[in-house]
Ligand binder design. Structure first.
Ligand code: PMP
Length: 427
């Protein structure tokens, strides 16, 4: 690790938690330089829904490279982009009766969010964005202004403006309807809350603690937007591409966002790519008004097109549902078996985790898991949730083995509640 310590900026982050040098990876396993194998319950922060080095996608990429396919990334018209667009229309949009123009922003989640915010402001002539407690939308200034986390906001170096935070579903407990609260504030001329250009939300808050909004809440927020001429933007950067069980995370709630942000796993192979899906009436940028050098990552288009094969029939959805059930049941059982840990299950689909009353336990659980060959991260404003997010393609026996190891770690936490040395692993 010496070269990283010496040369790389202090801002490096994940490598401080997973303190090995990684060399190889295949589907849901990673191997370090000492040939130790890990089960990957992190999936590149959600960029590897189809696993590491997915063989069918790799084949397409290798062929494309050997054929001298266009690799550079401007938004030129290329064969790879045309094929991706056709497949996206036929496999994703058409079967769902969706009509969106596809915009390619720069290849990151935050760029998709920035473009969505700009469009909403352009469409409405308003500046404000209504966003939610514990939201995470990215690190560039517009997205960061809509992100709740105080530590991340502190990095901005200037005041973050034009956002109003409302309590997310469940923020005050299940009984309090925070959609009604938002509605009252928006309609009250004395509330001090101006009508915003858009409401921006995640259906499950991946970084903010695995808080999952209920379908009824999402529907009420949508209705609130519709009746007041406010755009609804769903940030599906982490929850999209099947993470919660369906291609888009909002499908089961039956809502129709005006703009959808996709990134992370849309690139199929962990390759940088992002999409901003825009209802045709809001496709308002003039040519190049939101531009960038890397708007057309052709390798990612090739990978993304092949990855969409998983969505051609219902088989993948059924597979995700079965694995999600296994995760839910196992985590539930573990929490009940070790009540001393005070854990409760959070999340939806194949992003679930254990929320601890004592945040330190989540950090220690993740460290202990790493020692035992499982890669997983914390989530939540106090790092109080240990989050499991394996590739959707993980083999079932490996998922079971990973869950067994998590359970062993939880057992150790219960038996040694304050023994940092056993559980802390390396610092
Ligand atoms: N939105 C959500 C919901 C995310 O989870 C993330 C990344 N964790 C982003 C936006 C930002 O994506 P990126 O890091 O690619 O800019």
């Amino acid at each position: 690790m010496q070269v990283f310590d010496e040369m790389e900026s202090e801002v490096r982050s994940y490598c401080r938690h997973f303190t090995e040098v990684f060399v190889k990876a295949s589907n849901a396993t990673m191997e370090d330089s000492g040939e130790k194998t890990y089960i990957d319950f992190f999936a590149g922060a959600g960029a590897l829904n189809y696993g590491h080095n997915n063989p069918r996608i790799r084949r397409r990429l290798v062929d494309y490279l050997l054929e001298d396919g266009i690799t550079h990334g401007l938004d030129m018209a290329t064969k790879a982009k045309a094929s991706f667009l056709r497949r996206f229309r036929d496999v994703v949009l058409k079967p769902r009766g969706m009509s969106y123009k596809v915009m390619f922003p720069g290849p990151t989640g935050t760029n998709a969010v920035e473009s969505a915010l700009k469009l909403a402001r352009k469409a409405t002539g308003r500046t404000g964005i209504l966003c939610f407690t514990n939201a995470f939308h990215g690190m560039s200034l517009g997205s960061l202004a809509a992100t709740g986390n105080a530590f991340k906001r502190g990095g901005a170096g200037l005041p973050l403006a034009h956002t109003t935070f409302m309590p997310y579903d469940g923020y005050f407990g299940e009984e309090i309807d925070t959609a009604a609260y938002a509605e009252k504030l928006l309609d009250d001329p004395g509330s001090g809350v101006d009508r915003p250009a858009a409401v921006l939300l995640e259906t499950v808050q991946g970084e903010g603690g695995l808080n999952a909004a209920r379908a009824g809440w999402l529907q009420r927020i949508e209705a609130l937007c519709r009746s007041r001429g406010i755009l609804l933007i769903v940030d599906d950067v982490q929850m999209g591409c099947g993470r919660t069980g369906t291609f888009f995370s909002f499908e089961k709630a039956g809502i129709e966002p005006d703009i959808v942000c996709l990134s992370k796993s849309i690139g199929g192979y962990g390759l940088p790519m992002a999409l901003t899906l825009v209802k045709p009436e809001y496709d308002l940028f003039r040519p190049g008004e939101h531009n960038g050098t890397f708007r057309g990552n052709n390798l990612a288009f090739v990978a993304a097109e092949e990855a969409l094969a998983y969505w051609e029939d219902g088989e993948f959805e059924r597979e995700i549902a079965a694995k999600a059930r296994l995760m839910q049941q196992s985590l539930q059982r573990m929490c009940e078996a070790y009540p001393a840990c005070g854990g409760t299950v959070r999340g939806r689909g194949m992003i679930q985790g254990i929320a601890f009353a004592e945040p330190e336990l989540a950090v220690r659980l993740c460290r202990a898991a790493f020692e035992r060959g499982v890669i997983m991260e914390t989530s939540g404003p106090r790092d109080e949730v240990a989050k499991l997010m394996p590739p959707l393609t993980i083999e079932r026996p490996l998922l079971e083995e990973g869950l067994r190891r998590v359970e062993q770690c939880l057992k150790l936490l219960a038996e040694h509640p304050s023994d940092a040395t056993i559980l802390a692993g390396r610092t």
